[in-house]
Design a protein around this ligand. Structure first.
Ligand code: GLC
Ligand code: GLC
Length: 827
């Protein structure tokens, strides 16, 4: 069952009913000001930091869900309704929400009046701007009143939801009935009289008939809901001025519309800062200096100004998305690759894991491992910002090569609450830097001075940070020669030293048993994979001995993985504190885990080839991936391990706390499915790889939206696994490493166009269902047009012609900037 459809030409998803299984959201903004916006107008806005600078209030955990947003109440001859359906929920004659790239348009129609609102954050502005188009589609004249509505959060989102004894007395606003640019505005200035130098403005571009800033007055008392809102029902604003309690912003605008007539209005919700010396407009320090707000409102005083901002945003996205495009016979593949997967990668770049409908924006900072992996999905879009991100991340590393697990985006400092000790973190830095270098060729970054733990004076070249990463892992090996796991590896919930029995104790920071020798096969495979990059970079810098020593160390871990990390038909997952294997057929639960199978084969471990180069059918890599298909495969994707744990295993940690089939305990963790997809392409099994891709990719799941429940245009972190009560149901959409890894899998391995250090590799492996396609890739200033004619036969690699000339192998040396290279690949 579907609740809408893709509009590929417009690059929009069109939600056609308010009653989706869950709020389906979009993100506005890509620089400093961001908004979350559901298809019903719900969500909130913040400036840079979702915790510290929250502009508007949103109620997580509320019923009905998705309460709090920007609303426009219509009063049409006594009939009160909201075109976003929420919050009044009056039946609409027509409803449509279009989520596009950085903007959304929500349209509602009732009783012959159509109201369409487009929301966006203009480039270069710290504001959400809305254009409202009101059309009389009846055949009689209409007099209607519109009541806008936003509810201000008192800046610190956490404090706003906890500290009522103070907060209910501090709310302050200013009202400006006539702004210099001809409209009306409300200013939210709570705490401005003391230490805050920022304020918010909510304005409309025409003189309002009235205003309200006190929530209780607007709603009609403490027991009224948004749906009951008294002021819109009365048909006139009450001109209330908030003093403490709950400040809001609302303007009323009265319109007279002839049949067929339209009227456009522009609303602005903005964030402004003043210098301490220029905070006030008066000597007595009572009136906010509003120059910044006035300039902002003046820039959006007309619908034409809004339209120009919208056009600029379109141009911006056209430019970004031109870097990688595919044209094939599979429209779902094309729309994911060309639009939605890349869009989601940009959103994860902007948000990390901070603010979504599953992340409250007051929790985690930026993850060290998460940010490095996210980078793999956006480095081709904004390489210069990826560079900056790498320096920020590396600056939080410790001198011994370990790292803060998280850092705070506002301060860029490591987060002491969670600290260090996740032993996969170091090698993700190598992964991120390697991805950046392959894309850009900017080797100068390796000489960039970067401090440890942000301490001035400790700067060393970035390459030295990679060395510390590598050395940390190879100098922390356990009794089987495999890397020690520490608090966890990629799987945050595999906590082999935690032994936690206290409710509420963090599994990630608790180590009740230390000095243990718990080892991770995942980190072993990770070291082999990215160790090769470290070796390549050392060689390129002329560090022959360093490279040779590193190669030897990597080989040692590879051999240990094959000898001690192998269970007979698949790779083990770990050795626990006591040295017992985890992820073994000898156990009755958690027999096989996905992570080491995908990562080991990606790294080439267990891939044995015959003389003709084909993979031997009894290779460990083949056995491991066959086991994955048999034991982890479901119609909804590959589960993380099987069977899921049914009892708490204190020696394994958080993983066994989830009910079977959810999250890390047998859920379909969409983040690591692409590792298996890539691994299958390594074996030349494109058909399977593409099959796995389609199981989790949202556009292919659109038809079962009633089961999947979340947005059909972006990946979710998790789909409930086979043992779950609600198998096939997704959770945690948008902010997940799934976005980056699936883009890597589909763009670089299924479609097979991937940057290496000195050449573009063309090696498609997608199976027979996509017989012909063209990829257009812009890289280091040159354009590559790759046309693939694909039999889909298993184990066959493409033969290439470059500008009409057959070449050996699958590597195409980089062309100078400005050049266009035409490649045909036949297999
Ligand atoms: C979440 C975390 C990520 C971790 C994964 C598996 O996605 O953000 O860091 O690797 O869960 O536990
Ligand atoms: C990751 C996991 C989640 C766990 C969390 C702890 O996000 O996905 O299951 O609770 O890490 O930090």
């Amino acid at each position: 069952m579907q609740f809408g459809h893709f509009d590929d030409d417009a690059r929009e998803y069109v939600v056609t009913t308010p009653l989706t299984p869950y709020p389906w959201i979009n993100y506005l903004g890509s620089e400093r000001f961001f908004s979350l916006l559901s298809h019903l107008g719900g969500g909130y806005s913040f400036y840079r930091d979702a915790k510290m600078r929250r502009l508007t209030r949103y109620r997580y955990n509320n019923i009905p869900t998705d309460e709090g947003g920007r609303y426009l109440f219509v009063h049409d001859a006594g009939d009160v309704w909201t075109p976003t359906w929420q919050p009044v929920r009056a039946e609409l004659d027509h409803f449509e929400a279009r989520h596009g790239l950085g903007y959304s348009t929500i349209t509602g129609e009732r009783g012959g009046l159509r109201v369409a609102t487009t929301f966006l954050v203009p480039l270069g502005e710290d504001a959400e701007v809305q254009k409202v188009t009101v059309t009389n589609v009846s055949d009689a004249p209409k007099r209607v009143s519109l009541f806008s509505f936003v509810e201000f959060a008192l800046w610190n989102a956490q404090d706003d939801q906890t500290n009522y004894q103070r907060n209910l007395s501090i709310g302050e606003v200013e009202v400006e009935e006539a702004t210099p640019s001809g409209g009306s505005a409300i200013y939210h200035r709570t705490e401005y009289r003391e230490r805050r130098n920022h304020y918010a403005v909510f304005g409309v571009n025409e003189r309002a008939a009235g205003f309200d800033t006190d929530r209780e007055t607007f709603l009609g008392g403490p027991f009224a809901s948004f749906a009951d809102a008294a002021v819109p029902r009365s048909g006139a604003s009450a001109n209330s001025v908030a003093s403490g309690w709950y400040p809001i912003g609302s303007h009323s605008v009265d319109l007279e519309l002839a049949p067929g007539e339209s009227h456009e209005l522009v609303y602005v919700l903005g964030y402004l800062e003043n210098d301490v010396e220029h905070k006030w407009a008066d000597e007595a320090h009572q009136v906010v200096n509003k120059e910044g707000a006035h300039a902002l409102l003046a820039r959006f005083a007309t619908p034409a100004a809004f339209d120009a901002a919208h056009e600029a945003l379109r141009e911006h996205w056209n430019g970004l998305l031109a870097t990688y495009t595919v044209s094939s016979s599979d429209e779902k593949l094309d729309r994911m690759v060309n639009v939605w997967n890349q869009y989601q990668c940009m959103v994860t770049f902007n948000m990390s894991r901070s603010a979504s409908y599953f992340e409250t924006g007051i929790g985690r900072g930026m993850g060290f491992r998460d940010s490095n992996q996210d980078l793999l999905g956006f480095v081709h879009l904004v390489p210069e910002r990826a560079r900056e991100r790498i320096i920020d991340i590396a600056s939080t590393q410790f001198p011994d090569g370990s790292a803060y697990h998280q850092y705070q985006p506002l301060t860029k400092r490591g987060n002491d609450d969670i600290g260090s000790g996740f032993n996969d973190d170091p090698m993700w830095l190598v992964a991120g830097v390697a991805g950046y270098l392959k894309e850009t060729g900017d080797y100068a970054i390796l000489d960039e001075p970067v401090p440890f733990d942000n301490a001035p004076g400790t700067e060393v070249p970035l390459f030295e940070h990679l060395t510390r990463s590598f050395d940390f892992v190879v100098s922390h090996l356990g009794p089987h020669g495999l890397p020690l796991i520490g608090r966890a590896d990629w799987n945050d919930c595999l906590n082999l030293n935690a032994f936690s029995t206290e409710p509420g104790e963090s599994f990630q920071t608790t180590e009740n048993k230390t000095g243990g020798a718990a080892e991770s096969t995942f980190i072993a495979a990770q070291l082999v994979l990215y160790g090769a990059d470290y070796v390549a970079l050392a060689e390129r810098r002329g560090l022959t001995e360093v490279a040779q020593a590193a190669r030897t160390a990597v080989d040692g871990v590879r051999v240990a993985l094959l000898e001690h990390g192998w269970d007979g038909r698949w790779f083990l997952r770990a050795y626990d504190y006591y040295g017992n294997p985890v992820g073994t057929g000898a156990d009755d639960e958690g027999k096989i885990w996905i992570e080491p199978q995908g990562f080991a084969v990606m790294a080439g471990v267990g891939v044995e080839r015959g003389e003709d180069g084909s993979v031997l059918p009894d290779s460990r890599a083949v056995l491991a991936l066959d086991s994955v298909g048999e034991m982890l495969g479901t119609p909804h994707g590959l589960v993380l391990q099987s069977p899921a744990y049914t009892t708490y295993r204190v020696e394994l940690g958080e993983v066994s706390t989830y009910p079977p089939g959810y999250k890390e305990n047998g859920g379909i963790f969409c983040h690591n499915n692409p590792w298996v997809i890539i691994a299958e392409t390594v074996l030349g099994r494109g058909e399977r790889a593409f099959d796995y891709y389609r199981r989790i990719t949202p556009a292919y799941r659109e038809a079962i939206s009633d089961v999947h429940r979340l947005e059909p245009y972006v990946y979710a972190q998790m789909i409930a696994g086979k043992e779950a009560v609600r198998a096939g149901e997704a959770k945690n959409s948008w902010l997940t490493g799934t976005a980056a890894w699936n883009f890597v899998a589909v763009s670089q391995y299924l479609l097979g166009v991937r940057p290496d250090y000195d050449a573009l590799v063309v090696d498609p492996q997608i199976g027979p269902d996509v017989p012909e396609f063209t990829v257009r890739r812009v890289l280091r200033g040159a354009t590559y047009e790759v046309t693939v004619r694909n039999s889909g036969a298993e184990g066959v690699r493409a033969r290439l012609e470059v500008d009409g000339v057959p070449v050996e192998g699958n590597r195409v040396p980089y062309a100078p900037a400005g050049a266009t290279v035409r490649i045909t690949a036949t297999l």
